[in-house]
Design a protein around this ligand. Structure first.
Ligand SMILES: NC(=O)c1ccc[n+]([C@@H]2O[C@H](COP(=O)([O-])OP(=O)(O)OC[C@H]3O[C@@H](n4cnc5c(N)ncnc54)[C@H](OP(=O)(O)O)[C@@H]3O)[C@@H](O)[C@H]2O)c1
Length: 228
């Protein structure tokens, strides 16, 4: 797959490297340091560096990995997203692109700002350091939750998450996405690591629509103390 990474920091840089090693074609973009983009591109076979707009134009799938406060600037540089799949890794920390309306998940808020794009939310629940550790270990031993409303985005998220060493587990669409979004809290999976079997049970509960029951199960099945 051709992947355009927008935001080449701890999350975007790491994911891009892993995807490149897995055989995907990756273009890195959106750093204030062009040398950093070139360095990341040089780290993977066929890696490229470009502007955010070039990365979007190049991509079948865009990995969106910028700080919440930088979303406006990133979207302005990215240009039209019609018919693109965007994998949103962002967490809503600090000031950002407008107030999230009550009842909306952060990814739905972002989706409304990316007309024509098919979004998935992934890679946001676990720290960049932990994601690197998992990628260095045996594949598929730790689950990564993602959310997607439409099949195209679902399939892309599933593929990219697996390419980064995780067992992909779809928690549901935008209604269920709240469970995987910040902050870390009881009744949610954000910041927690799960084995695939446990994650599948939580997702099955969430998909019934009973998010409280899914949250209770998520608390029961938490693996260990310590933020991931
Ligand atoms: N770090 C984590 O553990 C983690 C885990 C899950 C999700 N997330 C989420 O993933 C997203 C990216 O986080 P990150 O930790 O990868 O961030 P980061 O390391 O700070 O990287 C951010 C990227 O955006 C670029 N950027 C371009 N213009 C910028 C500007 N004006 N201000 C700040 N950055 C600018 C940075 O460029 P430069 O190269 O010039 O700095 C960098 O490439 C965030 O929404 C975060 O909440 C982070």
């Amino acid at each position: 797959m051709k992947v355009g990474v927008v935001g080449a920091g701890r999350i975007g840089g790491g994911i891009g490297q892993r995807l490149g090693r897995d055989g995907h074609e990756v273009m890195f973009s959106f750093s204030r340091d062009a040398g950093k983009l070139e360095g990341l591109a040089a780290g993977v076979e066929g890696g490229r560096a470009g502007t955010a707009r070039e990365a979007v134009e190049f991509a079948d799938a865009v990995v969106f990995a910028v700080p919440w406060r930088t979303i406006d600037a990133a979207l302005a540089e990215m240009g039209p997203l019609e018919d693109k799949v965007v994998v949103d890794t962002t967490n809503q920390f600090g000031a950002g692109p407008g107030e999230i309306s009550a009842g909306l998940s952060a990814v739905e808020h972002n989706a409304r700002r990316m007309p024509g794009a098919a979004l998935a939310k992934a890679f946001n629940t676990l720290t960049a350091g932990f994601q690197a550790e998992v990628a260095a270990g045996a594949p598929g031993e730790v689950a990564m939750f993602y959310a997607a409303e439409v099949e195209t985005a679902d399939a892309v998220a599933d593929t990219l998450v697996a390419a980064c060493g995780f067992a992909p587990v779809r928690i549901g669409g935008w209604r269920q996405a709240a469970l995987i979004e910040a902050p870390r809290r009881p009744g949610a999976v954000y910041g927690e690591a799960y084995r695939p079997v446990a994650a599948e049970r939580i997702a099955a509960a969430a998909l019934t629509g009973d998010l409280e029951a899914a949250g209770r199960l998520a608390d029961e099945l938490k693996q260990a103390e310590g933020e991931r």
